[in-house]
Design a protein around this ligand. Structure first.
Ligand code: ZN
Length: 197
């Protein structure tokens, strides 16, 4: 094709989720044909996001400010923490407007096959957040996978002595389903119709 610069661009784009080599070539071509209106603004946005965006030290969300916009928002219900596997799940629940409380990003779920154990999850900071008695309920909003279910079970045991109610989302979530792929209505229903874990 057109030299190492283009090969490198296509190679990097092809590593993005949802883009294979074919879509990467199409995206690269689109960018190269509109350098001023598409490519340079994208490059600039990437650099700015890479510099500014970090994990919130309280909840693990990604934001340009720390504490993140959600943790810093005085209108959020501070008695309620929704525990999610990843930032993508947090974004999905926010998009659905399904939760008015705070979040905690676990950073994964227990996975014996994937080599993810309790020490790999962001649990300690959650226990710290529960210590001062402000939080009265923790909602476990993990995917309906085998690993997700095992993690809900493990977490509800770990949280049993923390003096908070622990609930889990109702799974109108299809078995094997990740939370972030649910449509807004299903997500809202799953959170509303939660039950004790
Ligand atoms: Zn936060």
């Amino acid at each position: 094709m057109g030299g190492p610069e283009i090969d490198r661009l296509v190679g990097l784009l092809a590593k993005l989720p949802g883009l294979g080599p074919r879509s990467a070539r199409r995206a690269a071509l689109k960018l190269l044909q509109q350098p001023d209106t598409r490519m340079l603004p994208l490059a600039q946005a990437l650099v700015e996001a890479a510099k500014a965006v970090k994990h919130c030290h309280i909840c693990g969300n990604l934001d340009a400010q720390d504490p993140c916009t959600i943790c810093a928002d005085p209108n959020r219900d501070r008695s309620l923490i929704c525990v999610v596997e990843g930032v993508g799940d947090l974004w999905a629940i926010e998009r659905a407007g399904a939760h008015r409380g705070l979040y905690h990003v676990l950073g994964g779920v227990l996975s014996p096959l994937g080599g993810i154990g309790p020490e790999d999850l962001n649990l300690g900071p959650l226990l710290t957040r529960l210590a001062d008695g402000t939080v009265t309920e923790v909602i476990l909003a993990l995917g309906a996978t085998v690993d997700g279910a095992a993690t809900v079970h493990w977490l509800s045991e770990r949280l049993a002595g923390a003096g908070v109610a622990v609930s889990r989302v109702a799974h109108g979530v299809p078995m094997g389903g990740a939370l972030e792929v649910l449509d807004d209505g299903t997500l809202s229903t799953a959170l509303r119709a939660r039950r004790p874990a």
